[in-house]
Design a protein around this ligand. Structure first.
Ligand code: GRF
Length: 201
């Protein structure tokens, strides 16, 4: 059983999807802690409701805006909780070297487009879906990938396509991408990575 740490910043619907699929889809791992960079993240409530320990580490208020210190503190918490793999589930902060080095090939992110479309700097939240609609693509989707030093640039693990519909707004498209793609491929990816690590060790 691998120990999973989840980093969030907001609503935490992807976290909820993983919580709901523990034991069914996620069989080789268990969520052991949730860390947020915002104390107002609703995802913290979801974690507490599921009996998962939580921690808030804020880049400005707790780390003086220092990315390295922020990264070091998240890393220390993950180590303290004996985390094997880290899942970024709507984590909106950039972190630095230490976490990437310590958890190399063990940090997963979910991005709400088919990478390499609509990704990279500035492409987060509704911006991604606005960009997809303004380009006029007919198919978009979501991607899970390993995290490296390039934003949205690590090795792709899974992708799922979602059709754009006539009259879509960024909000309706975001919702469909979540329902049809993100909430499915994130738990599946977590299981895949946990099972692979379990096999190796
Ligand atoms: C999702 O669209 C995810 O792909 C992106 O941030 C959003 C987080 O939503 N990285 P939630 O907090 O999981 O509801």
């Amino acid at each position: 059983m691998k120990r999973i740490g989840v980093l969030i910043s907001g609503g935490g619907t992807n976290l909820q999807a993983m919580i709901d699929k523990q034991g069914s889809v996620i069989k080789s791992g268990k969520i052991v802690c949730v860390c947020s960079n915002s104390q107002d993240a609703y995802g913290l409530e979801r974690a507490k409701r599921a009996g998962i320990p939580t921690k808030v580490i804020r880049k400005n208020a707790d780390c003086g805006g220092d990315t390295e210190e922020f990264s070091r503190r998240i890393c220390a918490y993950m180590k303290e909780m004996q985390v094997d793999i880290i899942v970024l589930a709507g984590f909106m902060a950039i972190f630095g070297g230490e976490l990437l080095r310590e958890y190399s090939n063990r940090i997963i992110n979910i991005h709400p487009s088919l990478i390499p479309s609509f990704c990279g700097k500035g492409m987060y939240g509704l911006h991604v879906h606005e960009a997809a609609l303004s380009y006029g693509v007919k198919v978009t989707g979501a991607t899970t990938h390993f995290v490296n030093e390039v934003v949205d640039g690590g090795k792709i693990i899974m992708q799922k396509a979602v059709y754009v519909e006539e009259g879509d707004t960024p909000e309706t498209l975001q919702r469909r991408v979540m329902e049809q793609a993100e909430w499915n491929i994130l738990p599946e990816t977590v299981e895949k990575v946990c099972a692979a690590l379990d096999g190796k060790e």
